[in-house]
Write a protein that binds this ligand. Structure first.
Ligand code: HEM
Length: 529
């Protein structure tokens, strides 16, 4: 016994050392074995246990990650490949979430016009949007409250306000282009991704957001906006709370930005109490004068958060669209020439100033905006959380309530079933081709005015149903004025040897062109610069 215990005593340090050394090996070995087993089970499950009562699942090797990479690299390529294999309805795994996609006009209708008891946008988006916009607005409140908030916002987007906005946008563009060192030569290359984000934010802030916020964009507000914007990343669908440095900066910027709006509101209320009339009736002014349906006055904090929501919702979408417009025009000098001639016809050879009314007469300009939104709708995927099981019409499939729904109206917008030569950039198509367009669609009031239900349109860049965009008219005024000003002032081309605009980059939530998005500008009248 004595020998044995002496031997055990001697061996003890050796076994302990071995156990210490092998702990990481055991842990990694265990994790590896777990991954292999779950991967194998995932594959077996897909091959042998197909649930015929649910839409087909896109085949994937790894559980949790599923089709995340294929979808993330190029959502359209992924959608079209799946459509060919599985049809219009299929489910794929996106970072552990079961996303059921339903393509085509019927799918758009199914998702956009799903009943409130069945689909919910709040649960699909709130993780991403609430830390940026703030609480109690948009997706951080019940749907009926959002409908009320959209009603308030629409009151601030009338023909009267747009009429006042056009000269303000013109002034911003002229000042910017004439003073920017980026346009100082008679002719030269310019990176549109350095120019258009600034121009869109300056024009949106000068109009919708009001004078004070526009002034702020030459100082502190620009930095706050930048930090808020950095919080808008796909990663935050999963980890909005994670203390990444950019999330900490986002939260600080949200508080400061909201305070900036609240200070403006306080000053304006004090001025009104002294009997001072507002200088301009912008969106802040409009929201300060609204009441919820139950009679409650809109709290200042909610006004501030709605203003942030409007800033963010409009900035990315308009900026992406304007960049694509200019890149496509740079690839089509023939279209630029036709646009210039359209302006000469309407405004005379001295090109009278643009007005809100005259924007409506610029038919080809409007076709250019429409065609750009057909090929590059900024939002490629629109999501809802399923709240109660939904049967897919004319099938035996039922989508369970642990799934998310995904609509992709950009797919039908480039489908040969609805548009001839669908991937060609051809603004003139809108003059001839017969397309079911929204104006002919059934309309419904969800609480913020009549909107199209979009039940059979293959072209829905602004969505449809209760969550339809309220910013379409503003976007058209902003984009139309910017476009007309660029055409008036500049000729545009792509760099030598480049025939097509840069391809899309889907790394962010909005489909932007890949860098560098270079355009060659040439002043039409350099002496007037
Ligand atoms: C909603 C597109 C500009 C404010 C939407 C939706 C789309 C869209 C597709 C529906 C989202 C969904 O169903 O989940 C666009 C495009 C724009 C644009 C293509 C420009 C080219 C703007 C502007 C503003 C704005 C300038 C603000 C002034 C909103 C708001 C919603 C919305 C408040 C409502 C969200 C909801 O009800 O859930 N937009 N948008 N948008 N948009 Fe826009």
């Amino acid at each position: 016994m004595g020998v044995l215990s002496a031997l055990v005593d001697q061996l003890n340090p050796v076994t302990q050392r071995l156990a210490q050394q092998s702990t990481p090996v055991l842990v990694f070995g265990g994790i590896f074995a777990f991954c292999v087993i779950t991967t194998v089970l995932n594959i077996i499950q897909q091959l042998l246990f197909v649930d015929s009562n649910k839409p087909p699942v896109v085949f994937h090797i790894f559980p949790f990650f599923g089709s995340t990479i294929n979808y993330g690299i190029d959502p359209y390529k992924f959608f079209f490949a799946c459509q060919e294999k599985y049809g219009d309805t299929f489910t794929f795994i996106l970072l552990g979430r079961k996303m059921t996609v339903y393509l085509g006009p019927k799918g758009n209708d199914f998702i956009f016009n799903g009943k409130l008891s069945q689909v919910c946008a709040e649960e699909a988006y709130t993780h991403l949007t609430t830390p940026v916009f703030g609480t109690d607005v948009v997706y951080d409140c019940p749907n009926h409250k959002l409908m009320d908030q959209k009603r308030f916002m629409k009151f601030g987007l009338t023909s009267e306000t747009f009429r006042a906005y056009v000269p303000l946008i013109i002034e911003e563009v002229e000042t910017y282009l004439k003073n920017s060192p980026l346009f100082s030569a008679r002719k030269g290359p310019v990176d549109l991704l350095a120019v258009i984000p600034e121009l869109t934010i300056f024009t949106a802030s000068r109009t919708l957001q009001g004078k004070e916020i526009r002034k702020g964009f030459t100082g502190e507000v620009a930095g706050l906006y930048h930090d808020l914007d950095a919080g808008f990343t796909p990663m935050n669908f999963m980890f909005p709370w994670f203390p990444f440095p950019q999330n900490k900066r986002r939260d600080a910027a949200q508080r400061k930005m909201a305070q900036t709006y609240m200070d403006i509101i306080t000053k304006r209320r004090a001025a009104a109490a002294r009997g001072k009339q507002p200088e301009e009736k912008d969106m802040i002014w409009n929201l300060m004068n609204q009441k919820y349906k139950d009679g409650t006055v809109v709290p200042d904090k909610e006004i501030a958060h709605m203003m942030i929501a409007l800033l963010m919702a409009g900035q990315h979408t308009s900026m992406a669209t304007m960049t694509w417009i200019l890149l496509h025009l740079a690839s089509r000098p023939d279209v630029v020439q036709d646009l210039y001639e359209e302006q000469l016809r309407i405004f005379g050879k001295d090109l009278e100033p643009l007005t809100y009314e005259s924007l409506g007469e610029l038919t080809l300009h409007n076709y250019v905006i429409k065609e750009t939104l057909r090929i590059h709708p900024p939002l490629h995927s629109i999501m809802r959380k399923v709240k109660s099981p939904m049967r897919v019409p004319n099938t035996h499939w039922v989508i369970p309530d642990n799934h998310y729904l995904m609509a992709a109206p950009g797919v039908s917008a480039i489908d040969g079933k609805y548009f001839k030569n669908p991937t060609a950039y051809d603004p003139y198509r809108w003059a001839g081709e017969k397309v079911t367009i929204e104006e002919e669609e059934e309309k419904f009031d969800f609480g913020y005015g009549l909107v199209s239900k979009g039940t059979s349109s293959p072209y829905l860049p602004f969505g449809a149903g209760r969550h339809r965009c309220i910013g379409e008219q503003f976007a058209n005024v902003q984009l139309g004025t910017l476009l007309a000003m660029f055409v008036r002032l500049l000729k545009m081309n792509l760099p030598d040897g480049q025939k097509e605009p840069a391809p899309p980059d889907y790394a962010s939530l909005i489909a932007m062109p890949q860098r560098p998005a270079t355009m060659i500008y040439e002043w039409r009248k350099p002496e007037k610069k």
